[in-house]
Design a protein around this ligand. Structure first.
Ligand SMILES: Cc1cc2nc3c(=O)[nH]c(=O)nc-3n(C[C@H](O)[C@H](O)[C@H](O)COP(=O)(O)OP(=O)(O)OC[C@H]3O[C@@H](n4cnc5c(N)ncnc54)[C@H](O)[C@@H]3O)c2cc1C
Length: 378
């Protein structure tokens, strides 16, 4: 069988590796427009559960990343200058470039053919048994066949950018800063010694009132440094093609068309506030690989099996993402809450976390919440 994978991000590389290591006789090719050692952004965060799920494909990747990952067990939510500690989470941060580097090495060892540094036209790559669209949120493969896939794209209200900073934050942190222009939210976490990802987000009103909408990228970067001066401790934000934009929610009514099939962000973007885009992309890769293992060269049957098994999971997460997006878009209405009430509201925003589960996983946070509520109402 001949398999072409368009896009060498986490989804494309992981799928290619799993296929080639299971079916050494297959020809598996990855086509990536960037050079092998170039990517956008800085670090990605993976929860403990995400690491377990990724390891279901091949635990080697998690072991390889283990030594390079930064791990922490608490989350901090900074509101009104007070850091609220939420115990009981398990997260790791890893540089995106290192994740890709490890996946590339695994692909090379298993015999996947990889071509870098050229933007490929998907329609010229269709001479194969399976063409996998792993070409990310702006997938050309998907957009060239948008009617066949039933693609729906929705631009969300809030704006964000993905920066780095040479400041090792102790744990995964969300910092909320109110200025006279509106509310600014910073998601930040360490992904290697001395380095963190810093992802600022604003709603559309703040975007307008602060003048960010009219600024050049460089001015925007400096504006955000000023807003978060205390958090950043004087460190500059570092740009790596860090462009401000609105989040695009992409969904597809059909996941395959003829010999083409979508995985990862090309199929379905996951909002960063539920923090699991990389995990979901790699999980799609596992699901497609499993379906092809069962159905062999019956690719249509494999595509149907892949969609039937994976769609319910994706739709459940989509519902959680919708609720999270709504919370962030109405952030201004939440800012009057005291730090513990605010954090509690945040933690329950998707409906996935319930008060009972919080009691079980974050008992110290819940004890301090009750204490704070007692103090406030007393
Ligand atoms: C601001 C931001 C923050 C994020 N934070 C997190 C986080 O903390 N945790 C997390 O898990 N995820 C995070 N994500 C999401 C995560 O980056 C994506 O969900 C994940 O990378 C999806 O993987 P993918 O392989 O599907 O697509 P991508 O990683 O986008 O890979 C697609 C690849 O296809 C290549 N490509 C595209 N078109 C072509 C073409 N025509 N020819 C050749 N190559 C092509 C691209 O160069 C790219 O390498 C974040 C994303 C953003 C934008």
């Amino acid at each position: 069988m001949r398999i072409h994978v368009l896009g060498g991000g986490p989804a494309g590389l992981y799928f290619a590796y799993l296929m080639k290591s299971t079916f050494p006789a297959y020809q598996v090719r990855v086509l990536e427009q960037n050079a092998a050692d170039v990517t956008f952004g800085f670090g990605v965060v993976l929860s403990g559960r995400a690491r377990e799920i990724i390891a279901e494909g091949d635990s080697d990747i998690i072991e390889r990343l283990g030594a390079r990952a930064e791990s922490w067990s608490d989350q901090h939510i900074v509101h009104c200058g007070e850091a609220v500690r939420v115990d009981g989470s398990s997260f790791s941060g890893v540089a995106r470039i290192e994740l890709l580097g490890e996946l590339q090495a695994m692909c090379a060892q298993s015999g996947v053919l990889m071509r870098f540094g050229q933007r490929f036209n998907p329609d010229e790559m269709r001479d194969c048994d399976v063409l996998v669209g792993a070409d990310g949120a702006s997938s050309a493969l998907r957009d060239n066949h948008a009617d066949a896939f039933g693609t729906k794209v929705r631009d969300l209200q809030n704006y964000f950018a993905w920066y780095g900073v040479a400041r090792p934050f102790p744990t995964h942190t969300l910092t909320f800063v109110r200025t006279r222009d509106g509310v600014f939210c910073g998601h930040h976490y360490r992904y290697k010694p001395g380095m963190s990802t810093f992802l600022p987000e604003v709603d559309d009103k703040t975007w307008e009132r602060s003048g960010l909408y009219a600024m050049e990228e460089e001015q925007r970067r400096r504006h955000i440094e000023n807003v978060f001066a205390d958090t950043l401790g004087g460190q500059p934000l570092i740009s790596n093609r860090s462009l401000w934009r609105r989040w695009r929610m992409v969904t597809n009514d059909r996941w395959s068309h003829r010999n083409m099939v979508l995985i990862g962000d090309a199929l379905h973007t996951a909002h960063p506030s539920i923090g699991s885009g990389t995990r979901l992309a790699m999980e799609d890769a596992i699901a497609l690989w499993r379906a092809l293992k069962v159905e062999g060269t019956e690719t249509s049957a494999a595509f149907q099996r892949y969609e039937a098994e994976r769609r319910p999971v994706r739709e459940r997460l989509n519902k959680a993402a919708e609720r999270s997006i709504d919370w962030y878009e109405r952030l201004g209405e939440k800012m009057h809450l005291a730090p513990y009430d605010f954090s509690y509201d945040y933690l329950l925003r998707t409906g996935v976390m319930t008060p009972e589960r919080l009691e079980r996983y974050s008992p110290q946070f819940m004890a301090r919440l009750r204490e704070a509520q007692g103090v406030n109402s007393g």
